[in-house]
Design a protein around this ligand. Structure first.
Ligand code: CA
Ligand code: CA
Length: 223
């Protein structure tokens, strides 16, 4: 009975000791690095603002903030701005320092997105008939996509003329054999492999060739 009481007392003492040391251990001594970003995904170029004022140090203030933006640039201070000029995925790292030289770090990924290319094209010769742009069957039409553009470079131009025929190149020629309305599709690809498509209806009429400078007074339009 006495022995049991002693065991109980010993266990209680151990528990108390563990709680005391546990309490001492729980006391935070390390600084904690934290930050927020105004943008974590955006089309370039863009400015991202980073705010580390949530960071704290239990033993006094944070004395300095060091940032690396993942693209070779760095900065200091609790709040910083950085401009991303090139697309890619960047790792932003914040390191904070306290007065005793202790440090803490944290990181975040920033996605800087590639701007998509823009597809534009025109075609000649063409005429206006009853307010509609038309081209003639059996006439050689030039499709020109050179007004397409990108923030860097358009590297390919693919054409689908809507009559099962296709072509490749910035400026191409095509002849429609039969009258009708065709969807011409130009797909441009930029140097990052991103694509944009433009679709335009082309109205093909039978009869003789007509030219872009003839508007409204072509013989068969007055019938
Ligand atoms: Ca790019
Ligand atoms: Ca681009």
């Amino acid at each position: 009975m006495k022995r049991r009481k002693f065991t109980y007392l010993l266990a209680t003492m151990c528990l108390v000791a563990v709680s005391i040391s546990g309490c001492l251990k729980v006391q935070l001594t390390d600084p904690q690095a934290m930050f927020t970003a105004s943008e974590d995904e955006h089309v370039i170029p863009f400015t991202a603002s980073f705010d580390a004022t949530l960071s704290y140090n239990p033993n006094g203030g944070v004395v300095s903030y060091l940032w690396t933006f993942g693209d070779g640039a760095s900065g200091t201070g609790p709040v910083v701005d950085h401009v991303y000029q090139q697309d890619g995925v960047y790792e932003v790292t914040l390191t904070i320092f306290d007065a005793e030289g202790q440090t803490a770090s944290t990181s975040m990924s920033i996605q800087a997105l590639n701007p998509l290319p823009t597809a534009e094209f025109s075609y000649t010769p063409r005429s206006t008939m009853e307010g509609e742009l038309v081209v003639s069957a059996s006439e050689l039409i030039t499709f020109d996509g050179t007004n397409s553009f990108d923030d860097e470079e358009v590297v390919s131009y693919e054409w689908n003329f809507g009559d099962t025929e296709t072509a490749v190149g910035p400026s191409v020629q095509h002849k429609y054999l039969y009258p009708g309305t065709y969807n011409v599709v130009l797909t441009v690809t930029d140097n990052d492999g991103d694509k944009t498509t433009r679709v335009e209806k082309v109205c093909v009429i039978g009869g003789q060739p007509c030219y872009a400078d003839i508007t409204g007074d072509i013989p068969w339009s007055n019938e």
